[in-house]
Unconditional design. Structure first.
Length: 605
């Protein structure tokens, strides 16, 4: 009888904690087991092949490439990254004393800063088992984000992408790896495409990999030969010379405290983040969508606006409401599909409602959210919102994806997988400013966060005014004939309003009107109920609780759905009992009956 079960590298649950938790702990444990299988049976047996692939992609001798020991590998929510060293000289062949020398060699490898990372998506975390092709969808979006940033945001430092391959698909390499004639032909294609206003090919070309890379006779017995059937990306490693991850520099102290202790450093941090946000937003996008990399080397904004929260829920079995190629030219259908997605996820999740009271509260909040949508998504006479460009932004808002120097200037960003073009309502100060969760920021931590947020928006406004002035000056030079053929400036001169800081004003307006919170709860895994209660409900019900009778407006057959969800919960508890090998707990579905009966007799109408 296990006391706890593993759900992650540093996460485990007891039986009692699993019963009380809102997440599907059974599914999370299965995901953990899937990760272990992928690591032990798929990734590690291909380690030598990956080293030869890296050597081939970089054009170096395979004997110069060495994978660091497994313990320092980098594990993220959706990926695992193996650090590799590129030695200046080929490594010596194994000697009879190789076993005795191995610990010292490994220790030396750990101490040295890696040169590259081989980053592999985890199928068990990317909904691959539920929706085959999800890993490739995520990878194509991430590769396209790297291409877009290289092309249009050269002032934002990102890791160099040397090469990549999609699961079971073709290998691609940067054009610096191919012959002069292939590079020359690529430049001709790029020039012609730009001249004809066609999609311009990126600097990445398909690269045939020799069979000797996969079937080397020198392979060790423990190494599984054959092609790799999982996706990978070969990336530059951002070491100490670039900076350190933000959490390591800030040290976990909250921004209110940091503003007192290091006001200049906090301003540097906010200014750097504002500049990155503005760099992403300076090219307006025509639709709500994500970029995707095509096999011909081009990228296009032709994929659904994929966020990390959406993948997390789909990985637990949430039905899709957006086809992979679905894009949106108006926010109204986008919001409708997000609402439908959350409802479908609630119906499908076995642990969505613990008892009747919980079910009534959640469905009342969902019915309320649907009823007030028109207040937060304004429409014109045709039913569509007035046109305005959409802005690129990172939907995950992960502070650990930024590198800082000693003065807290952002020196680089990495992990670009969740870049999407979305409504300006999604543009906001980072939610991690007070290192608290979304539900805390929406509730008791609102005032503390808002104070720091106001300071961030003030700096953002200053940076936006500077950028607008520079860009309008550059556009005016274009009009006067100083510069020519600058498509970006021509687009900006027609799309940006005279207001020098429209995005900062929009951020303030969205915050004051609670519109930001409406969109935030739609892009969150589990904050919908808390945000509705703490931020949206007071707009319409300043006094008193949300009428729970609203739950009857969520679905005409709400009673049948309630009984189905209670059966799901009982089956889920049985699954926990089997997993922990425990005795079944007392029946839970009677707990909420009293509250529901009181509510039905008019306690709150």
């Amino acid at each position: 009888m296990p006391e706890t079960i593993r759900t992650g590298i540093h996460q485990s649950f007891s039986f009692e904690d699993a019963l009380d938790d809102d997440h599907n702990i059974v599914q999370k444990h299965l995901q953990w087991e899937g990760f272990v299988r992928f690591l032990d049976a798929t990734l590690c047996p291909k380690q030598k092949i990956l080293e030869r692939l890296v050597a081939f992609q970089l054009g170096v001798d395979a004997a110069r490439v060495q994978t660091r020991p497994r313990e320092p590998w980098f594990m993220g929510t959706f990926n695992i990254a193996a650090p590799m060293l590129i030695h200046t000289e080929p490594r010596a062949r194994p000697t009879p004393n190789a076993i005795d020398d191995a610990p010292a060699t490994a220790a030396a490898g750990v101490e040295r800063t890696p040169d590259i990372l081989v980053r592999c998506p985890l199928p068990n975390k990317c909904a691959e088992a539920v929706y085959p092709g999800s890993v490739e969808e995520k990878m194509r979006g991430e590769v396209a984000a790297y291409v877009w940033m290289q092309r249009y945001c050269p002032d934002v430092r990102i890791p160099f992408l040397y090469g990549f391959a999609f699961p079971g698909g073709r290998h691609f390499s940067h054009c610096s790896r191919v012959s002069f004639f292939r590079r020359l032909w690529l430049r001709v294609r790029q020039f012609a495409a730009a001249l004809l206003c066609r999609p311009v090919p990126s600097d990445y070309l398909p690269l045939p990999v020799p069979s000797s890379v996969f079937w080397s006779p020198l392979s060790e017995a423990s190494q599984k030969p054959g092609p790799v059937d999982f996706g990978y990306m070969i990336l530059e490693f951002l070491g100490p010379s670039v900076g350190r991850p933000l959490p390591h520099v800030v040290g976990g102290q909250s921004m209110p405290q940091a503003r007192q202790d290091h006001p200049g450093k906090v301003d540097n941090l906010f200014r750097s983040i504002a500049r990155i946000m503005l760099a992403l937003a300076r090219r307006p996008q025509p639709r709500i969508a994500s970029f995707s990399f095509h096999d011909d080397g081009t990228i296009a904004l032709d994929h659904r606006p994929l966020s990390c929260d959406m993948i997390l829920l789909e990985n637990e079995g949430a039905p899709r409401t957006m086809a992979p190629t679905q894009t949106y030219t108006w926010p109204t259908p986008y919001v409708a599909d997000l609402l439908a997605f959350h409802d479908a996820q609630f119906r499908a999740a076995p642990n969505a409602a613990h008892d009747r009271t919980d079910f009534v509260a959640q469905t009342a909040a969902r019915a309320f959210l649907q009823a007030v949508t028109h207040h937060f998504v304004h429409t014109d006479s045709t039913g569509c919102r007035a046109s305005r460009p959409y802005v690129l932004q990172f939907s995950d808002g992960n502070a650990a994806n930024m590198m800082l120097d000693a003065d807290w200037n952002v020196t680089a960003v990495f992990d670009l997988e969740w870049l999407m073009a979305g409504p300006v309502e999604l543009l906001a100060a980072p939610l991690w400013l007070t290192w608290t969760s979304v539900d805390v920021v929406a509730g008791e931590g609102y005032d503390v966060y808002n104070d720091v947020r106001n300071h961030f928006v003030k700096i953002f406004e200053e940076e936006e005014a500077k950028a607008t002035k520079e860009r309008y000056s550059h556009a005016q030079d274009t009009v006067n004939g100083v510069h020519t053929n600058n498509t970006d400036c021509r687009a900006l001169s027609t799309s940006l309003p005279p207001n020098p800081h429209p995005l900062a004003d929009a951020m303030q307006d969205n915050w004051a009107s609670e519109r930001f919170w409406f969109f935030r709860c739609l892009l969150s895994v589990n904050a919908l109920h808390h945000v509705v209660q703490d931020r949206l409900k007071p707009v319409f019900y300043p006094k008193g609780p949300l009428p729970r009778e609203l739950h009857r407006l969520w679905d005409p057959a709400v009673d049948e759905v309630m009984e189905a969800k209670l059966r799901d919960r009982r089956a889920y508890v049985v699954g926990l009992v089997h997993l922990f090998k425990r005795e079944p707990p007392p029946a839970e579905d009677k707990k909420g009956e009293k509250g529901v009966k009181e509510e039905q007799t008019g306690l709150q109408t």
